[in-house]
Write a protein that binds this ligand. Structure first.
Ligand code: AMP
Length: 419
């Protein structure tokens, strides 16, 4: 594996000498300076090398793989109509549609055909996508495999394969599907794998199977990215106090585009009702929601029709909405890495963002975890009229947890069975 030089400084997309049709689309889209991951990836990808990149969402990774892929299709035009030559696999529907939107934007001055295939969409519209001549296909693994099985799609025309958020696809249990794709797309010339992290056995084993002599690339160190997000904590005495804090915050004019994270669907429904009673309009996003409803919510929020989006953690990954002013953790997540994913929805592409956590005593332990994980202290702030009555409880120090009786019994039984 080759490690690329991270000292490059490319100040304009012009330096990649991309085709005029792509350059025009970039100008139209207002893109000027490539982000770090784009600076690192694009020159290597244009040489046709395999790529193993660690780049979390928000670093500009989508353009990093799309620009070289589109340039490739322009450089080597297709001779006969057929199935996709560039296949982009991605874990979630939202992410698939976001990538598809970027594909359409970047190919608007070309005559390339693009399509998207995900679960939750009726089969008829996919049939149309698959039957017509297709250059770039964005797909989620489950549904694509269905089409491979029924032979309405063949991956042997794929020349360039992109595996986006590969760690997430593996986490979601799609390893079989991903192996199938790399096997079926056997004639491909180039594979690019993007992952939020390259740590872990699953991703390293899979990348060995999927990639040939890849160049390994890393986006900016995560801490530098995180510093663009101002983070603080409000301590709450109880549930009512927490709700009052949230209502107060959401009424402030600078809260122009806010995602509020909540633990469960049930709590989300309750909170939506409480905010409505307080005269605050919201839309929401959660698991097990029909695709059209999800898209409606996302589009009402991203267009600015509604300022506040309530979401459970399914929305945390892949949601690409510009200009999120604030992320509010109404419920703290259980782990620090989920916290980092959540707050990553704001402060994107070099913009400043604010992340606020409303913390009751029982969640103070998570604040400690986050502080250790991100190696920075979260400032405590107070709203004078809503000052907490209680002082911050110290997070419990780690002592050995006494095992429950049931657990002890189970361990004894297992030991006995082992002999
Ligand atoms: P991504 O990490 O690909 O999800 O991109 C995050 C956001 O950054 C998206 O809204 C992109 O449109 C935006 N973006 C990507 N590249 C650039 C760039 N070079 N300059 C400004 N914004 C960018």
């Amino acid at each position: 594996m080759t490690e690329a030089n991270s000292q490059v400084e490319i100040s304009s997309f012009d330096e990649f000498q991309l085709d005029d049709m792509i350059a025009k689309a970039l100008t139209f889209g207002g893109f000027q300076k490539p982000t770090t991951i784009q600076q690192l990836t694009i020159p290597v990808a244009l040489e046709g090398r395999d790529i193993l990149a660690s780049a979390p969402t928000g670093t500009g990774k989508t353009l990093a793989f799309l620009l070289p892929a589109i340039q490739y299709l322009i450089d080597f035009p297709r001779r006969d109509p057929g199935f996709a030559r560039v296949l982009i696999m991605t874990p979630t529907r939202e992410l698939a549609f976001q990538i598809y939107e970027q594909v359409k934007m970047l190919t608007q001055f070309t005559d390339l055909n693009c399509g998207v295939i995900t679960g939750g969409i009726n089969y008829g519209s996919h049939k149309e996508t698959l039957e017509k001549n297709n250059d770039i296909l964005v797909a989620t693994p489950g549904r694509l495999i269905e089409y491979l099985n029924e032979e309405s799609f063949h991956a042997d025309e794929v020349e360039l394969l992109v595996l986006d958020e590969a760690d997430r696809m593996l986490d979601m249990g799609f390893v079989g599907e991903m192996d199938r794709i790399i096997l079926e797309a056997k004639r491909r010339r180039q594979t690019m794998l993007f992952s939020a992290t390259l740590e872990g056995v699953a991703i390293s084993r899979f990348s060995t199977r999927a990639l040939k002599e890849p160049v390994q690339l890393e986006a900016e160190p995560p801490r530098r990215e995180k510093n663009k997000i101002t983070q603080w904590v409000h301590l709450a005495d109880d549930a009512d106090h927490k709700l009052a804090l949230l209502v107060h915050l959401l009424q402030q004019p600078e809260f122009t585009k806010v995602i509020v994270f909540i633990k469960t669907r049930e709590r989300l429904a309750t909170l939506a009702g409480q905010l409505e009673s307080a005269g605050i309009k919201t839309c929401w996003l959660q698991g097990e929601m029909p695709q059209d409803k999800r898209m409606q919510a996302v589009s009402r929020f991203s267009s600015g029709a509604v300022r506040i989006l309530l979401a459970t953690d399914v929305a945390a990954r892949g949601l690409d909405i510009d200009d999120i002013s604030h992320v509010v953790n109404y419920d703290m997540p259980r782990t620090a890495d989920v916290y980092v994913h959540r707050i990553g929805r704001t402060g994107r592409a070099g913009k400043k963002g604010i992340a606020i956590s409303l913390v009751e005593a029982h969640d103070i332990g998570v604040v400690g975890k986050v502080e250790r994980y991100t190696e920075q202290a979260l400032k405590r702030r107070v709203i004078e009229a809503l000052r907490p009555k209680h002082k911050e409880a110290k997070a419990p120090t780690k002592t050995k947890k006494p095992k429950s009786v049931a657990k002890k019994k189970a361990l004894k039984k297992a030991a006995k069975a082992k002999g």
